[in-house]
Design a protein around this ligand. Structure first.
Ligand SMILES: [Ca+2]
Ligand SMILES: [Ca+2]
Length: 340
């Protein structure tokens, strides 16, 4: 029975981490304010024509980011802004979902992308590496006064490297999901895009994307650290709202924000592993106190302790494989360790 509970406990822990939000922005801010007053960072264009908060949000019934607060007006030529994730992502799949409405005829411009900072370990938040990934475009539709198309490229400034959707309607709110998939191997990562009109089924990821997967011609992102909203030309007229960044497809469950404790756990290092001398170092960047529970392979707790100077004494444990549950203020992570 203990084994069963342990299994459930570990599964629950991993699911909780999966449903974490790496970024949420419903733009529940004062209309007219710049996004830079609300946690965003200007990496291009200085303070010229800042991206501002609208007086009304977007709605898409059933989506987690629907009808909360206002929205972002990415509607001009000028400032570009980015917002940092709660934790870096360098493996698996990243989904950025958002609502968008093209308000008027808008000629070709990318208005959204993933990014990472020039200094990835100690980021300066206004200094973005220009290797933008999953550039997401609007372009003129067949009838440019009433229609637009969405485009996507892995990296390129030209849509030749990617593709465009069928015509969509100006003035209609769509739910868009931009996906970046890290794939083992060099320069083979993929980007895809999904677009849903109101009323579409969004509970599971469709087998086929509307655009992609595209691999482009540039190197893979070493890590994704932010999303950006970009303003490119004076005719650009796009409202963006309800942005969620996650590592799984989940557009219906609000989940929980990734806390600073989750962030610390995501950067934890355990060494040496295997443990040779009875001491295991458990180090996080900000050196919080960590509560540690150690379980043997049958699920029996064999040690419960706290870190002291970023290490624990495991000298009384027999040789073998153990599961280590690390907790910082209630945020948990599980790792395997081997005692030699
Ligand atoms: Ca909103
Ligand atoms: Ca790769």
């Amino acid at each position: 029975m203990k084994q069963f509970y342990t299994l459930v406990f570990f599964l629950t822990t991993s699911i909780m981490l999966c449903q974490s939000n790496y970024l949420v922005d419903n733009f529940d801010y004062t209309a007219g304010q710049a996004l830079t007053e609300n946690g965003w960072n200007a990496h291009s264009g200085g303070t010229t024509n800042p991206v501002t908060v609208s007086s009304e949000g977007l709605s898409w019934t059933g989506y987690i980011g629907s009808a909360v607060g206002n929205a972002a007006l990415v509607t001009k030529n000028g400032q570009d802004v980015n917002k940092r994730f709660g934790a870096d992502i360098s493996s698996g799949t990243v989904y950025a979902s958002f609502l968008m409405n093209v308000n008027a005829k808008t000629s070709l411009a990318y208005f959204f992308h993933f990014g990472y900072y020039l200094n990835q370990s100690e980021p300066v938040l206004i200094a973005l590496n220009s290797a933008f990934r999953a550039r997401t475009y609007v372009n003129l539709g067949t009838d440019p006064d009433t229609q637009f198309k969405l485009g996507l490229t892995f990296n390129s400034n030209s849509l030749d490297d990617g593709g465009e959707t069928a015509d969509l309607n100006i003035g209609e709110t769509y739910l868009v999901v931009v996906k970046y998939k890290f794939i083992d191997g060099v320069d083979n990562d993929e980007v895809s895009l999904f677009v849903f009109p109101q009323g579409a089924t969004i509970t599971t990821e469709p087998a086929t994307a509307d655009l992609g997967p595209f691999t482009g011609s540039a190197e893979d992102a070493p890590v994704l650290q932010n999303i950006a909203l970009r303003q490119y030309n004076a005719s650009q007229n796009v409202t963006v709202d309800g942005i969620y960044v996650r590592t799984e497809w989940n557009l219906v469950d609000a989940g929980t924000a990734l806390s600073t404790d989750d962030f610390a756990l995501s950067q934890i290092s355990l060494y040496p592993n295997p443990v040779n001398n009875g001491t295991l170092n458990i180090v996080t960047p900000t050196n919080e106190l960590k509560e540690i529970s150690v379980f043997d392979v049958s699920g029996r707790m064999v040690l419960k302790t706290k870190t002291e100077n970023n290490s624990i004494d495991v000298s009384q444990l027999k040789t073998g494989l153990y599961l280590l549950n690390i907790s910082i203020n209630g945020s948990k992570k599980t790792s395997k360790i081997i005692i030699n």
